[in-house]
Design a protein around this ligand. Sequence first.
Ligand SMILES: Nc1nc2c(ncn2[C@@H]2O[C@H](COP(=O)(O)OP(=O)(O)OP(=O)(O)O)[C@@H](O)[C@H]2O)c(=O)[nH]1
Ligand SMILES: [Mg+2]
Length: 275
Amino acid sequence: MRFASWRLVEELLRLSDVVLELTDSRDPLNTRSAKLERMASRAGRPLIVVINKADLVPRSVCEEWKSFFRNRLGLEAVYVSARERLGTRVLRQTIKRVVLESGASRRRIVVSIFGLPKVGKSTLVNTLKGRRSVPTSPYPGSPGYTVKARLLRIGGGIYLIDTPGILPPEGRDVEAVIRSRPVDEIPNPERVAADLIRKVLKYNRRAFLDAYGLEAEDPSEIIAGVARIRGWMRGGEPNTYEASKAIIRDYLDGKIVYYYSPPADPGAAPRGGQP
Ligand SMILES: Nc1nc2c(ncn2[C@@H]2O[C@H](COP(=O)(O)OP(=O)(O)OP(=O)(O)O)[C@@H](O)[C@H]2O)c(=O)[nH]1
Ligand SMILES: [Mg+2]
C-alpha cells in the first residue's frame, strides 16, 4: 500500500469543495484521522465523517456514532454501507448541504475521499459511480503535481476525485498495526492476531463462533482452530503463522464483527487503547 504524503493530502484538499473521511463502523475512533480533520479545517474545507460498513453494526449504534461526531466533535457525519449500497442518497444530500452552508454556490462540487487502508474507499468510489461507466475528465486547471487527478461525474453536479487518499494510521491500537502495512508484511502476525482477537472478544464474545464456528475464547486456541478448519498443518501442528494472517485478513474484509458505543467523554476515547 502506498500512503499519500501529507503534501499530496494538502494538494487534494485544496482541489476539493468537500472532504469525505471514511471510517470503519466497528471502530470509528481508531480508524479516523484527527490529522486529516485538522488539515481540512485549516484549509477551510468542510469535512464529512463517513461511517462505513454500517451493515456490520446495529443501526442504533451507527446513529450514536453520528451524534457523537456531530455533537461532541462538531463534525458532520453520515453512515453508509458502500458494499450494500446503503446510505448513499443521504451522503449525496449531505454533500450538497455542506457546500451550501459553506457559502460556496457552485454548479460543480468536487469531492475527495480519504481514509486508512481497507476502510472501503475503493468500494465507495465504485458505489457512487454506479453500474454505468462514468466519463472521467482531467481536473481542469490543476497546476499542482496532482495534475493526473481525474474527476468522475457521479450525478447531481457532484464530481469525485478518482484517486482516494490512503492515510497512515495514528495511535497504537491494533487497528493501526494491521492497517500500517500489507498483511503478509506484518511482523509477528501471531501476536498481532492474538491482540486483535482479545479486542474483538471484549466487545463480542460470539464473534469467532459466528465467523468460524469456534467456541474457544482463548486467542491461541482460536488461531489453532482456524488453522485446523482450513487444513493448514505443518508437521502435524496447526500452522498458526498462516492462520493468524488469515484472521487479520478476514477482519479487514469485514467477516469478524463487533462494535462499541461512543465514549461519554471524547477525551477518554480508547485511542491507542489496549483491548
Ligand atoms: N461489510 C462491508 N464490507 C465492506 C464495505 N465496504 C468495503 N468493504 C470491504 O472492506 C474491504 C476493503 O475495501 P476496499 O474498498 O478495498 O478498501 P480501501 O479503503 O479502498 O482499501 P485500500 O485501497 O487498501 O486502502 C473489502 O473486503 C471490501 O469488500 C461495507 O460497506 N461493508
Ligand atoms: Mg482502495
